[in-house]
Write a protein that binds this ligand. Structure first.
Ligand code: IFM
Length: 466
């Protein structure tokens, strides 16, 4: 992709840190442009041993010394399993249009594939309450918490897992039919495959690029198999997949450096989008990762490439690369750029570039939702208040990028802030705070950050328009 960027982002200013007032011609003022907040089960629910929930790969991984910062685990998280009613009140009070959540697979199915009625009732009650509040519900089936018993049989390296995932999608869409506006099969298969099986930074912690490519193939196969059930059981809902996308650019000037930036995006974005929208993997992957071509059976690519109603895009940062002198790329951190608590570069232009690039590259790209975007900061409560100017600035500038992409012709229907609550940030535990609502983990007290108040007030103004 890597087209030359047209700058669309407003310059950093003090006003962007304290106000949330999009320009009058921004798509954000349109009431049918969905603005929502997002979470994921393992990051907020806690209650990992309750009501028959089985262990997941993240329970195992986080209990393994050295895998998660400060030895944190999701055992208690935000205690959302017990505090969901309070949290739904908070979501409604924010005036947002929608809520994106995920279902914990180990909570709703036992080892024999039988339903866990108590676990299912939790999500049914939650979704019913969200609907009563008039909220659109976006439900992700797999946000990384694979049941441990499936990992014990090879996890996503085992083709069988794709079929078990389809069974799970079948059960959930029968049980929750009519309560879900949009089903996403997978959240960020790139992270599941690359971090979970390629680099070992995420559960289950396996580390071989050949595992990553095989895991990706089975994840995508599971996605395609699940779509059939979702469409049949819940015909009124939209179906899609959520991918995290990466912008790769280079400070190098050689053709090899430019190719390195293309390769970065190829392995990050096209690895997932080519199978979904072109029914094939990009050939260049196999020179980037020699010997890592997965086993693909006849018919797999047609299953994977079945049409979707929407594509969820999660975007956070840009990566600078140069050529490694061979067939690959090396990451080189840029100096002097704005970074988040995660160390990620704040680069809203990258969101615009990617959205416009995908729009041109994939003729059959379905409508897009930005299903995650947000930032971590070291937020503290002072006299009952939390000032988070850098988050407000981040959101303002990324929403400007989304608006510009809409104006450039990309069909974008909504945007979800990551995240509703501070939560368990995977290998970084609880130190990194992504929420617009602060969570004191010792008391479970929720405190609205300034960004939350500004979102609420903006949406009140938007909704008051004729
Ligand atoms: O917290 C995660 C989320 O679970 C998946 N997308 C990225 C977020 C921030 O790292």
């Amino acid at each position: 992709m890597n087209q030359a960027a047209v700058s669309v982002i407003p310059p950093v200013s003090a006003a962007l840190e304290t106000e949330f007032s999009p320009p009058t011609d921004s798509v954000l003022w349109k009431k049918d442009f969905l603005l929502g907040v997002a979470t994921a089960a393992y990051q907020i629910e806690g209650a990992v041993h309750e009501d028959g929930r089985l262990p997941s790969i993240w329970d195992t991984f986080s209990a393994t010394p050295g895998k998660v910062l400060a030895g944190d685990t999701g055992e208690f998280a935000c205690d959302h399993y017990h505090r969901w009613e309070e949290d739904v009140e908070t979501i409604a009070a924010l005036n947002v249009d929608g809520y994106r959540l995920s279902i914990a697979w180990p909570r709703v199915m036992d080892e024999h594939g039988q339903p866990n009625a108590v676990g299912i009732a939790f999500y049914k009650n939650l979704l019913q309450r969200l609907k009563q509040k008039g909220l659109k519900t976006f439900v992700t089936l797999y946000h990384w918490d694979l049941p441990q018993h499936l990992e014990d049989r090879g996890g996503w390296l085992n083709r069988e897992t794709a079929y078990r995932f389809a069974d799970y999608a079948d059960l959930m869409s029968r049980e929750l039919s009519g309560l879900v506006d949009a089903w996403a099969t997978l959240n960020e298969p790139w992270c599941s495959a690359f971090h979970g099986y390629g680099g070992g930074h995420h559960a289950p912690g396996r580390a071989d690029v050949r595992y990553a490519t095989q895991a990706m193939h089975h994840l995508l196969l599971g996605h395609g198999l699940a779509l059939v059930h979702l469409r049949r059981n819940d015909p009124g809902a939209q179906v899609g997949l959520v991918a995290n996308v990466g912008r790769g650019t280079t400070t190098g000037s050689s053709a090899a450096d430019k190719r390195a930036a293309e390769l970065f995006e190829l392995q990050h974005n096209n690895w997932i989008f080519d199978p979904l929208f072109k029914k094939s993997y990009p050939e260049a992957l196999w020179s980037l990762w020699p010997g890592a071509k997965p086993l693909i059976l006849e018919g797999d690519m047609d299953i994977i490439g079945a049409p979707m109603d929407f594509l969820g895009i999660n975007y956070y940062f840009r990566t600078n690369v140069v050529s490694d002198g061979g067939h690959g790329y090396l990451e080189v951190d840029l100096e002097g750029v704005e970074r988040t608590q995660m160390g990620w570069e704040v680069y809203p232009q990258g969101l615009y570039d990617l959205l416009v690039g995908f729009h041109h590259e994939y003729a059959n790209l379905p409508p897009v939702y930005i299903t995650e975007n947000g930032t971590a900061s070291d937020d503290v409560v002072v006299d009952g208040k939390v000032a988070d100017p850098r988050r407000i600035s981040f959101l303002n500038r990324h929403l400007a990028a989304v608006d510009a992409a809409v104006k450039a012709g990309v069909d974008i229907r909504g945007y979800f802030i990551w995240s509703l609550l501070d939560n368990f940030e995977w290998a970084f535990g609880y130190e990194r705070r992504f929420g617009i609502i602060h969570v004191d983990y010792a008391t479970q007290k929720r405190t609205w950050k300034q960004s939350a108040f500004l979102v609420r007030d903006f949406l009140a103004r938007r909704n008051a328009q004729p």
